[in-house]
Design a protein. Structure first.
Length: 360
């Protein structure tokens, strides 16, 4: 039996070590508890935060409290708090704080835009915010009929609900300056802005059609084309007749004949662009004023209305015709003639129709 004591096995002494490593120490129970508590708090906090995020997403995406479709106006320069209050007052959102939180943490960083908005019943906060960020405002419209004078158009613009600001004077624009059309605008757009769009549209359309005009027309400039187009616009309300009516006037200009257009006489007799409130009389045709095309040859000094693009196009690409005359036919259209004799028969027929209409 050896005199040396036996070597301790791992189960009998310290835990086994790696060769050359320091002796192992017993774990401290106090530090272990602290680590466990810290991990628990982290897990619990993450769980609560995750649950809160889920709840926020749900409140953001679920149908909102709005019971019926409604319109809301967001003023320019309104703060986020003011917008939140407006939406809550309108019933679109349930709580201003929820709106603020959702906007900050869940919505893209884009500004909310001013304007008039329509929200559908039950709209979610997510969709409401997206609409405000996209500037998806209510689109209003105003329709300006073809053939109105500038004064009449300005009265339409003045009465259009939703526009702001003053209306220019007729003298600032002149006759024929605007393109009749349906125009869209948003609440708060100014009348000056809309009229600027109308004049720009007229300029662009007239330029485009002038560049595509027929060769050999007796028109020296786009302005002369506009004058004749305004006459065509006032002479016929039948779209299919425009090019033929234009052809008659082109033929008369080429031959040096007077245009003899009743609407030009009526325009000259009217005051300040207000249409004549009575039928023309035979004596009116002899009144000497610059717009009387029974007295003066050629075109009048300016447009007599604001023509649409169709009438401008008709003047610059008129129908190929030998007609020199036309008169109302009793159906809303006109009877055309190449000779004075044929025209006189058409006139007699029209006068007979008028007598029959008055006798009813």
């Amino acid at each position: 039996m050896s005199d040396q004591p036996p070597a301790e096995t791992p189960s009998e002494g310290q835990t086994a070590e790696q060769p050359g490593g320091p002796p192992a120490r017993r774990p401290r129970r106090g530090l272990g508890w602290l680590v466990s508590i810290f991990v628990f708090v982290l897990i619990a906090g993450a769980t609560l935060a995750g649950g809160g995020t889920v709840m926020l997403h749900r409140a953001y995406s679920d149908p909102g409290p709005l019971a019926a479709d409604t319109s809301v106006v967001i003023p320019r320069g309104a703060s986020g708090q003011s917008i939140a209050t407006t939406l809550v007052d309108a019933g679109v959102a349930a709580d201003t704080r929820l709106f603020a939180i959702a906007l900050r943490f869940l919505a893209p960083e884009r500004p909310l835009r001013a304007g008039e908005y329509t929200f559908s019943a039950g709209v979610s906060l997510r969709d409401a915010v997206a609409k405000l960020q996209a500037g998806d405002t209510v689109v209003r419209r105003v329709t300006v009929a073809e053939g109105l004078t500038t004064r009449e158009i300005l009265a339409v613009i003045e009465g259009a609900e939703g526009l702001s600001g003053p209306t220019p004077e007729v003298s600032e624009l002149g006759e024929g300056a605007m393109l009749p059309e349906t125009y869209h605008f948003s609440l708060g757009d100014t009348r000056g802005e809309l009229i600027a769009r109308m004049t720009a549209a007229r300029d662009a359309g007239l330029t485009r059609l002038w560049e595509a005009r027929q060769d050999g027309l007796p028109l020296a400039s786009p302005e002369e084309a506009l004058i004749l187009a305004s006459i065509v616009e006032r002479e016929t309300a039948v779209p299919a007749e425009r090019a033929r009516v234009a052809g008659v006037f082109i033929n008369r200009l080429i031959r040096g004949m007077r245009l003899q257009s009743d609407p030009t006489v009526a325009y000259g007799l009217a005051e300040n662009g207000v249409p004549l409130d009575r039928p023309l009389r035979r004596a009116d045709l002899a009144v000497d004023h610059p717009y009387n095309t029974y007295v003066h040859r050629g075109l009048p000094p300016g447009p007599i209305a604001n023509p649409g693009l169709a009438s401008i196009a008709a003047v610059l690409n008129p129908a190929e015709t030998k007609d020199l005359y036309f008169v109302a036919d009793g159906t809303g259209g006109h009877a055309f003639a190449r000779t004075l004799a044929e025209h006189n028969r058409n006139v007699a027929r029209w006068r007979r129709i008028q007598r029959e209409q008055r006798a009813r």
